[in-house]
Design a protein around this ligand. Structure first.
Ligand code: G6P
Length: 613
């Protein structure tokens, strides 16, 4: 979603801001803007609708804007259409206070009404303009310094925000405030940075501070000060971010998505190595989960969104099969408002790449409110879900830039497999022999994913043939159904082709009426006990004219009697098949998007990290 970058140092700010915003493009946006102060001069604000290239054109790549302190923003429209007028930064009527904002101010209409009565005027439809003007109001009315003006504003507004604000009277400073929207502060020898996401500043520094909820900070070139809501200065520890800048570059691939698809073997290997020791023990000590806790568990609830939810769907089959602990998987946006019934000795697991998804975070908070233990499966170190969960299991996927997730999904699967195997072993549901068998096989997955990638030319050819298709249906049973859900999401989100995933046995209850000559149906058949069943569902749709693609594991060559096009993935333990079958599905989505000439990494209307509900 929206991105924030701020710079305070001894170099020209605008080129750095543009570069940082470029690194956040993947989050999704529809307009952008920067504001720079050059000492006591009036602030300069330049904004543009559309891509960052527009803003770069208007400012000669930033070179036309003097000043070494500035803030920048990429906006993903929520309040008001995408337009230059609604783009950030927003400013007070006299330009003395200028700010950018991520999040949603829920009571902005009430704030606007209040300010209208105080003779303020409004030029945009945004909630941000209201909050910037509220800061200005408190700042001037009470002649308060920035810290008190911000604190008063924070008490008055409802909703979520990461705010970066500049005041005319403090020309070399950026003031920030945060609640429920991600924001980090980076420091280098001669500069301070603020950003909504790590990749924006990785080129300059890996030393970051995490600013907490309802906290503020003041950035100067050589120092940063933090404050709580009472305006008292507080201390913070500096953290070193291990991701390197190169990981956030395309590295010779045409798109980030393709690069990240190819990074899956590494992401999976790194995640395995983070928890699985040479003697095959699964070390969850760092996660804080003791064997005793696992023995006591009566049920597991998984809450997540998008692809992370699909990981949860796979995990349900795996945990229930191995550990015989009941699992309920729920979309986080539903969980949070359902007043869920949770047994006291249950565990709520939130799966989230970003660790910032608003609904998933709310699910964790809901569980905590009910006194239930929580665990986050998170990729971004120090993210809000990581900080607020009782336990955190980090996935080691590194920065993921393409909006459509691939390597983070794969790393999340590994975390869930490890959790399931450990749970099953501790509770005595599997013996030592089976435990070793599973883990030895788990270690082979990176190589098998690598082999699954070898088929990509055939998949490119097949997908291009169908580039004008209107609908694609994905079918499977059990884990294959869970995999189908992810395949369908990959297809629709980047190629804009309508697609749906169905439990194969459910087709006859409605969906089959949509099948006609040439309808493309992709069957996933990796589970031996369900293979025949799904195959017979495929025969049923074939006899109604469907064109069939079958994805199965090597050896099931008889599928060629039924399917028109087949994809074989290496054999593995059936509970791990999602890790392999997802690869051709990701490639199909990718090639469909390329064949249709679309923006693979930044699909329309979507955001990488959905920080509003
Ligand atoms: C967005 C992304 C998806 C992702 C979902 C959940 O919709 O486009 O790829 O699966 O959010 O994100 P999270 O960061 O919580 O995993």
């Amino acid at each position: 979603m929206c991105g924030i970058v701020g710079y305070c140092g001894n170099k020209q700010a605008a080129p750095i801001l543009l570069e940082g915003l470029g690194k956040l493009e993947y989050r999704g946006y529809d307009s952008a803007g920067i504001a720079v102060r050059d000492g006591a001069d009036k602030v300069r604000i330049v904004k543009a609708k559309g891509r960052l290239a527009e803003l770069a054109n208007k400012t000669d790549d930033g070179k036309a804007m003097k000043g070494s302190c500035g803030i920048g923003h990429t906006r993903w429209a929520t309040h008001g259409e995408p337009s230059e007028n609604n783009a950030h930064p927003h400013h007070s009527d006299d330009y003395e206070v200028v700010g950018v904002h991520n999040g949603i101010i829920e009571n902005y209409i009430e704030i606007k009404d209040k300010l209208l009565k105080k003779d303020y005027t409004f030029y945009s439809e945004t909630d941000t303009e209201a909050v910037v003007k509220l800061i200005d109001y408190y700042y001037k009315k009470y002649r308060l310094g920035p810290v008190d003006a911000l604190a008063k504003t924070m008490v008055r507004v409802r909703g979520s925000y990461a705010l970066a604000v500049m005041f005319k009277d403090y020309p070399d400073e950026i003031w920030v405030a945060r609640k429920d929207s991600p924001m980090i502060i980076g420091v280098d020898k001669n500069a301070s940075f603020v950003a909504s996401d790590v990749p924006a500043i990785l080129k300059y520094t890996r030393n970051v501070y995490y600013i907490g909820n309802m906290e503020m900070a003041c950035l100067k070139d050589k120092e940063v000060h933090f404050y709580n809501i009472d305006g008292e200065e507080i201390g913070k520890d500096l953290t070193n971010v291990e991701w390197d800048a190169e990981a956030a570059e395309k590295g010779g691939f045409e798109h980030f998505m393709m690069k990240e698809i190819h990074e899956q073997p590494v992401a999976v290997r790194d995640t395995i190595n983070a928890y699985l020791k040479d003697d095959n023990s699964i070390d969850l000590e760092g996660v804080g989960l003791k064997d005793e806790d696992l023995k006591m568990l009566s049920e597991v609830h998984i809450a997540a969104c998008g692809s992370a939810y699909h990981v949860g769907m796979v995990a349900r089959y795996v945990i229930e099969k191995l550990a015989r602990v009941p699992v309920r998987v729920e979309l986080a946006s539903e969980f949070r408002y359902r007043n869920p019934i949770l047994a006291p000795d249950s565990l709520v697991i939130a799966i989230s790449q970003s660790g910032e998804t608003a609904d998933t975070l709310a699910a964790i908070r809901e569980a905590k409110k009910l006194g239930i233990k929580t665990m986050g499966i998170v990729n971004v170190v120090g993210s809000t879900i990581a900080r607020e969960s009782d336990h955190v299991m980090y996935t080691m996927a590194g920065p993921e830039i393409a909006v459509a997730t691939t390597k983070a999904y794969s790393a999340q699967l590994i975390a869930m497999y490890l959790f399931a195997i450990k749970l099953a072993f501790v509770r005595g549901n599997i013996d030592g022999k089976r435990y070793d068998e599973l883990l030895n096989e788990l270690r082979t997955l990176p190589d098998k994913i690598e082999r699954s990638l070898e088929d990509k030319e055939r998949l490119q050819w097949f997908t291009a043939k169908f580039s004008n298709v209107h609908d694609v249906f994905f079918i499977g049973r059990g884990i294959d159904y869970a995999i189908s859900l992810e395949g369908s999401l990959k297809m629709k989100e980047i190629s804009y082709v309508h697609s749906g995933a169905y439990a194969a046995g459910e087709l006859k209850h409605g969906t089959i009426s949509l099948v006609e000559d040439g309808t493309l149906i992709i069957g996933v058949l990796t589970q031996s006990d369900l293979y025949e069943k799904t195959l017979s569902n495929m025969v049923e749709v074939k006899s109604r004219g469907a064109y069939l693609c079958g994805i199965t594991s090597s050896g099931h060559y008889e599928i060629e009697d039924t399917a028109d096009f087949t994809v074989y993935i290496p054999k593995t333990e059936e509970i791990f098949e999602a890790s392999l079958a997802v690869v051709p599905l990701q490639l199909m989505g990718y090639y469909m998007s390329v064949a249709r000439g679309l923006d693979v990494d930044k699909p329309r209307n979507l955001a990488k990290s959905v920080t509003v509900e």
